[in-house]
Design a protein around this ligand. Structure first.
Ligand code: NIG
Ligand code: FE
Length: 415
């Protein structure tokens, strides 16, 4: 599905470039008041002022969309989700409201393991349809690329089944966004391996070649009493040898050194980072690891927000994502992510836009392909229902996206 489309009379707002924007540069957006974007066969061939648009080509077969002066942004990139799972866990949410902690529920056999049980019991049909429903909601909020992790199987058969179902969805002819797959078999240690984490890591290492057939990234929940530094390092080193790009859930619950490990291993991103150390930030900046921050999770767990300003001041590239999952963060809300980042993490509006577009792309190692409105990039564009991009955090938690365009095709139109 690739379209030919001309977007006229739009205010283009975009970061520029084909790599992560680091440090204070994240706050600089390029803006054209009376702009035009031309997409041919799903790819941008022109993005610039209306008055300079090319006239030497026959555009009679292109669909024309008049944006009436409203803002065009690059499609949002949600670079961290756990979107495919069986069941829900509202009971745990209530326990947390009453004072239980996320880790104590997990240690009692609830948490991730309870979703693993529900996922194993769910049919393929159910998992695909439920995931498709969440992805459509994301598309309405302007998401054109989403990362999706396995991790609710925790055995070879179910982990590979989840990856293959995600791949099946992604290949569907009518797909309205791009799914980037991550193998996260190291999401929790299943009960049959209690006290034998290293043995479980051995099992995961065995399925790396099969997982690699569909997944681009390998991720690990690098956390105290889950996969500690040594187990995480061993798995990720093997994953790297097998051709995976690396991600880590790092320093989410306690300060463990996951950020430092991401730098040591040359990971593409380290994610969460609520409890990152100053040295971890420094190491990530030195090695160019993208810091993917997930404010919805901090909010839902009532934890302190990740130190976005420290990352930016240290010269890191910050990306924002939702972390949609049934436990720590049952929300895929891009509007609320933006509002929390601006209000509680002191990111500027411009920085949040860069974090959800070009830096989200960089967190998936796709900044050459998506993340900005520039010639050569994929024709993924969103139109807001306003000529002012500052409505994004101002209209707190509300969806300001009117039209979502994926590869030059209008895939969602909100009224
Ligand atoms: O990113 N921390 C590990 N994984 C998820 C939570 C998954 C779950 O609770 O189901 C996270 O927070
Ligand atoms: Fe996560």
């Amino acid at each position: 599905m690739e379209g030919n489309l001309i977007i006229e009379n739009t205010r283009i707002v975009t970061p520029l470039g084909s790599e992560a924007v680091k440090g204070p540069g994240m706050g600089k957006l390029y803006e054209i008041e009376n702009g035009c974007i031309i997409i041919e066969k799903g790819r941008i061939i022109y993005s610039g002022p209306m008055k300079d648009r090319p006239t030497d080509q026959d555009f009679s077969k292109f669909k024309i969309l008049d944006a009436c002066g409203n803002v065009a942004l690059p499609g949002f990139v949600d670079s961290h989700t756990h979107v495919m799972f069986g069941g829900f866990r509202p009971d745990e949410f209530e326990w947390r409201l009453k004072g239980d902690s996320y880790m104590s529920i997990m240690e009692r056999g609830g948490g991730i393991q309870s979703t693993v049980n529900a996922t194993k019991n769910a049919t393929d049909y159910h998992l695909v349809n439920k995931t498709d429903w969440f992805l459509r909601k994301m598309s309405e909020m302007g998401v054109t690329t989403v990362e999706a992790k396995s991790g609710y199987g925790l055995d070879s058969v179910t982990e590979l089944r989840l990856l293959n179902l995600l791949d099946y969805l992604n290949r569907h002819d009518d797909m309205f966004l791009d799914i980037v797959l991550t193998f996260m078999g190291a999401h929790a240690v299943p009960p049959e391996y209690a006290g034998r984490t290293a043995d479980f890591v051995d099992e995961l290492i065995k399925i790396l070649p099969e997982a690699k057939k569909v997944a681009t990234f390998c991720d690990v929940f690098c956390e105290k009493n889950v996969f500690e530094i040594e187990d995480s390092r061993r798995l990720l080193q093997e994953a790297k040898k097998a051709g995976f790009k690396l991600k880590l859930h790092a320093d989410e619950i306690v300060t463990l050194g996951g950020a430092e490990l991401s730098a040591e291993l040359g990971a593409v991103s380290a994610d969460h980072l609520l409890h990152v150390s100053d040295n971890g930030i420094k190491r990530m900046a030195e090695e160019g690891v993208v810091a993917t921050l997930l404010p919805l999770t901090a909010f839902a767990l009532k934890e302190p927000f990740a130190p976005a300003r420290k990352f930016i001041e240290a010269g890191c590239a910050v990306a924002l994502a939702t972390d949609l999952n049934p436990g720590s963060c049952f929300s895929g809300s891009i509007p609320l992510t933006i509002a929390l980042a601006c209000i509680y993490m002191n990111m500027s509006i411009e920085e949040t836009i860069t974090a959800l577009t070009l830096n989200g792309a960089a967190a998936l190692d796709m900044a050459q392909e998506i993340g900005s409105l520039e010639k050569g990039k994929r024709g993924d564009v969103i139109l807001l229902g306003s000529d002012n991009y500052r409505v994004l955090p101002y209209y707190v938690g509300m969806n300001c996206v009117k039209t979502t365009i994926f590869k030059g095709v209008i895939v969602c139109q909100n009224n």
